[in-house]
Every structure is written in structure tokens, then in C-alpha cells.
Design a protein around this ligand. Sequence first.
Ligand SMILES: *[C@@H]1O[C@H](CO)[C@@H](O)[C@H](O)[C@H]1NC(C)=O
Ligand SMILES: *[C@@H]1O[C@H](CO)[C@@H](O)[C@H](O)[C@H]1NC(C)=O
Ligand SMILES: *[C@@H]1O[C@H](CO)[C@@H](O)[C@H](O)[C@H]1NC(C)=O
Ligand SMILES: *[C@@H]1O[C@H](CO)[C@@H](O)[C@H](O)[C@H]1NC(C)=O
Ligand SMILES: CC(=O)N[C@H]1CO[C@H](CO)[C@@H](O)[C@@H]1O
Length: 371
Amino acid sequence: MKKKLEARVFFFFVAALLASGSHGSKQSDNRTKNRAALFIFGDSLLDAGNNNYINTSTLDQANFWPYGETFFNFPTGRFCDGRLISDFIAEYANLPLIEPYLQPGNNQYYYGVNFASAGAGALVETFQGFVIPLRTQAKYFNKVERKLRQELGRREAKQVISKAVYLFSIGNNDYISPFATSSHFFNSFTPSHYVSMVVGNFTSVIQEIYRKGGRKFGVINSLPLGCVPGPRLLGNGTCFHKLSQLAVLHNRTLSLALSHLHKHLPGFKYSLYDLYTEGIRRINHPSKFGFKEGKRACCGSGPYRGQATCGGRRGQKYFELCEEPNHYLFWDSVHFTEFAYKQFAAQLWGSHTSNSNSVKPYTLSHLFQDL
Ligand SMILES: *[C@@H]1O[C@H](CO)[C@@H](O)[C@H](O)[C@H]1NC(C)=O
Ligand SMILES: *[C@@H]1O[C@H](CO)[C@@H](O)[C@H](O)[C@H]1NC(C)=O
Ligand SMILES: *[C@@H]1O[C@H](CO)[C@@H](O)[C@H](O)[C@H]1NC(C)=O
Ligand SMILES: *[C@@H]1O[C@H](CO)[C@@H](O)[C@H](O)[C@H]1NC(C)=O
Ligand SMILES: CC(=O)N[C@H]1CO[C@H](CO)[C@@H](O)[C@@H]1O
């Protein structure tokens, strides 16, 4: 177990338990009207602190300084200096911050809830035992759906579910884990078979939510995995090709799978955000997007600050921290800064200033407005 932990130089992340309810349907009436809730699933790109409440390692947690140093002024569990894409989306949609499912006392789901868990993948094998896999996140959603039905009644609950937007970032860890652990699971498959399993498990969760009445899905594809600071170490300063190849294959397969669902499921709508392409653009031309540094992380150690030592709680006390996170594209060995997430969120939302062709076929604001 220890060996396996130490071998994990870099990684990602993600949510869940059910608390009992309090408010009756009368009070919720106005809250659910004319407003779409936001349910969040996936990995560390979207985990707002669920992993604070599971038995895992500090590799999969970010609840210590300097995580959270800019916006929240305390470590919330987000793998970032500040807010994540999902936090900005909630703000644009006039929702409050969407709380982690496992956060004690969090049992109000009218605005949605966050199930994401850092390190999680679509496959249960991915960082097994340390994360909340997507399948378990979906089970927690089923509990939430049942609770909404009990509180609001079948009809109103159904409305909340069908108006809601379901936001996902998943797959990154399924591709990182084979290089970060000594597990041989990955080696039993060809890359394309492996990718089809990842996307297959992902879309089966989407279909399960669709069967419960969910209709509006926001999906963030894989980031350029080989070109982030941690994996760049393995590539001797260039992008780690094997990992980027998996991300590209994932993006193609995912894009086809979603358009297939769109054709075959009545009422199914989605926004697919091409984080891969937008990430590469900023890595290659940081100054065009307001960054001073596109390859080196703000927090960490070693070349590119690619070693996952940010915070000094992961087996090595020494780490470096930049003065101004907003000058950097990357916050730590695999994660972006708040400044970067804000740009991605604006594009995914489709705000007028973002001017992006990287969200298709609908923008997320379109899905939210479509009540
Ligand atoms: C809902 O809103 C209406 C006016 O918008 C108000 O009169 C009513 O009291 C509200 N109901 C609840 C339960 O808050
Ligand atoms: C947490 O996991 C460790 C091993 O990873 C184990 O020794 C410990 O008993 C677990 N604690 C709980 C509360 O489950
Ligand atoms: C889901 O992943 C498992 C491995 O965890 C695999 O055996 C199964 O075939 C996958 N399912 C789909 C629909 O691809
Ligand atoms: C990186 O460089 C070292 C020494 O120059 C070499 O042994 C190693 O094979 C290189 N790795 C890659 C992935 O190119
Ligand atoms: C590099 C690459 O292949 N990017 C693709 C990722 O997937 C999207 C579809 O969402 C394509 O448009 C990109 O070209």
C-alpha cells in the first residue's frame, strides 16, 4: 500500500453519504421555480472538498495551505488557489456555491450538490480505495433523487431533475493511474479498448441519470494530460506523448458517444467543452491569454515544479510557491489556477466576451436558460 502511494507522483480528483431532511415542500416551492439546479460529478477539476471526508491519502486531498490561499483564504479541499470551473458556473447561473455531498450537515439539494472526488475515474479500478469512483457518485445521486421525491413530491422532484444541469469532468485519472501505480490492469487492454471502457462507463452513468429524468449535460473533456507539469517530467521537458495520446483518443471517442446519445435519446441535450485544445493554446501561447508562465506550476518542486509536493504534506516538506498565482496557468503539478479556470468557465458558459468555438453543440448558459 505504501509503495503504491509513493509511486503516485501526480494525479487528480473528487464525492458522498446521506443526511436526513428538514424542510417540507411548501418552503421549497419558490426555490425550485424558474431555476435550474447544478449537480456536479467527477474528479479534482470539480471536487469542492468531498475527499476531506473520506479515508484517503494526502495525495488525494488539498485541505491544507497554500491550497485555497487566494479566494477563500482557507483550504477548502479544492485543488486550486481559488475557485474551480463549477464555482464560476454556479455564480453565472445565480446559484449559491454548490456544497460537497459529504460535507456534514449538507442536506439541502434544491440548488444541486457536488459529488466529485479528486483522483476518481470512470473505472472502479482507478486509484481504488482512495477515491469515490464515478459509479458510487451516481449511487449518491440516486439517494438525492429519492430524497427530493420524498420532500417535494413526485411531480416537483421530477421538475427539479429535468431542469437541472449535470456537469462532469471524468477520465483524466483513468489515464494517469496506469503510469502512477504498479497496477497491471491497464496492460491487459489495447489503448483503444481501454478508452472505450472509460467512455462506456461514463456514458452508462449519463444514461442512468437520463432514465431518472435528467436531460441537460455539461461535459469537460480530458485536459492535455501529457503536457501538464507532472507528466512533463516523464517526458524530459517535452509533453509525455503516451499520456497525451490517450487524452486525444478519449476526446474523439467521447465526442462521438455524446452525439450518438443526442441522436437516440429524446430531449437529451449537452455542452461539450474542449479543455484539451484550450489547455494546449495556453501552454503554447500563455501571454495571449494573460499568463506569464504556461509550463511551470506555481506550487511544487523540481523541474517545472512538476513534483506533487505543494503544501509539504505528501511525504516531502520542501516545496516552492510563486508570489502571484494569476501569472501562472498551472497551480500545481496537474491542476490549473483560478485565473485559468475562470477563462475556461466563461467559455463553457458561452459568455459574450469569451468568443470560443470550443463548446458544442450548446453553451451551458443555453442549457440553464432552457427551462
Ligand atoms: C413564494 O413567492 C410569492 C411571491 O413571489 C410569495 O407570496 C409566497 O409567500 C412565497 N411562498 C413561500 C412558501 O415562500
Ligand atoms: C483508513 O485506511 C487505513 C489504510 O489505508 C486503515 O489502516 C485505517 O483503518 C482506515 N481508517 C478508517 C477509519 O477506516
Ligand atoms: C466498465 O468498466 C469495467 C472495468 O471496470 C469493464 O469491465 C466494463 O466493460 C466497462 N463497461 C462498459 C459499458 O464499457
Ligand atoms: C530522459 O533523459 C534521460 C537522460 O538523458 C534518458 O535516460 C531517458 O530515457 C529520457 N526519457 C525520455 C522519456 O525521453
Ligand atoms: C487534440 C484533439 O484531438 N482535440 C479534440 C478533442 O475533442 C474535441 C471534440 O470535443 C475535438 O474537437 C478536438 O479536436
